[in-house]
Design a binder for this molecule. Structure first.
Ligand SMILES: C[S@@+](CC[C@H](N)C(=O)[O-])C[C@H]1O[C@@H](n2cnc3c(N)ncnc32)[C@H](O)[C@@H]1O
Length: 252
């Protein structure tokens, strides 16, 4: 079951999520590889839309119908087509097989329990074509844990498309033995006429090391092909890299 209820965020997600450092990485990789691509946790299509504009054949999966409705609207406005699937990735049952499966935006951390993580790896292995690859991203625990001190951290102030502003703050604390982070995220939303509202939501995610990720993949019959530490393609350094970008393929 997803750790967060994204239906509460769908209407404002695009206003405050301005991350785009991963786009060139995924676009050039997928243009090079060609074939059918499954994007997991696609959300409102932050990268799905530019990938479709680059003529990549995409199936977009997400467990939030509200997030997918925003994506569907954006596709309609741009005359783009993709298969949209509303499902939990840990239990997804798809008939199609894919040349590449991607899990962008450090999405693996949203799978909180070990059981969910194991099931997710198994489900991905089940939808990969024979020579298919799974590009899986998550936070580097050594770096991400630095701001998990139980205090509020301002994450930014974002102008809204329709006018006004969203201020995002996060507060999280790491439970070290289970490597689960719990806390809250607060969004202060000001509309164009100055009206204010606040969304306070629980925050829950996991921190998984590169070796734990590989072990989970191995148990699902996948082996590590490459490990990057950032979206510029640089190698993974456990002490410095902001993210883990692990690419897997079927073993043997
Ligand atoms: C932070 S958003 C990222 C959306 C998009 N990938 C992006 O880069 O903007 C995380 C998304 O993952 C989805 N999600 C979380 N857990 C999921 C699960 N177990 N199965 C499928 N989708 C899930 C949420 O509904 C949400 O849309």
């Amino acid at each position: 079951m997803p750790a967060l209820d994204y239906s509460r965020l769908a209407a404002i997600y695009d206003d405050y999520c301005d991350f785009d450092r991963d786009l060139d990485f995924f676009r050039s990789l997928l243009v090079r590889r060609g074939g059918q691509v499954l994007e997991l946790m696609a959300g409102t299509g932050r990268i799905s839309v530019p990938l479709l504009e680059a003529e990549i054949e995409l199936t977009c999966l997400d467990s939030s119908a509200a997030m997918l409705r925003v994506l569907q609207r954006k596709l309609g406005q741009r005359h783009l087509r993709a298969a949209l699937v509303c499902a939990d990735l840990s239990t997804m049952r798809l008939r199609a097989r894919f040349d590449t499966v991607i899990l962008p935006f450090q999405g693996f951390c949203e799978l909180v329990t070990k059981e969910e993580q194991r099931k997710a790896m198994g489900a991905v292995a089940g939808v990969l074509d024979g020579c298919g690859r799974f590009v899986c991203t998550t936070h580097n625990p050594a770096i991400r844990r630095r701001t998990l001190d139980g205090n509020w951290h301002a994450m930014g102030e974002f102008p809204r498309q329709a006018g006004g502003v969203v201020r995002l703050a996060l507060k999280g604390k790491l439970e070290p033995t289970r490597r689960i982070v719990e806390g809250h995220q607060r969004l202060e939303v000001t509309d164009k006429s100055g009206g204010k509202s606040e969304i306070l939501m629980p925050l829950r995610f996991s921190l998984v090391s590169a070796s734990e990720l590989s072990a989970l993949a191995e148990a699902a019959g996948l082996e590590l092909v490459s490990l990057c530490g950032d979206y510029d393609g640089s190698g993974y350094d456990e002490t410095r890299s902001p993210v883990i970008i692990a690419t897997f393929q079927r073993s043997g």
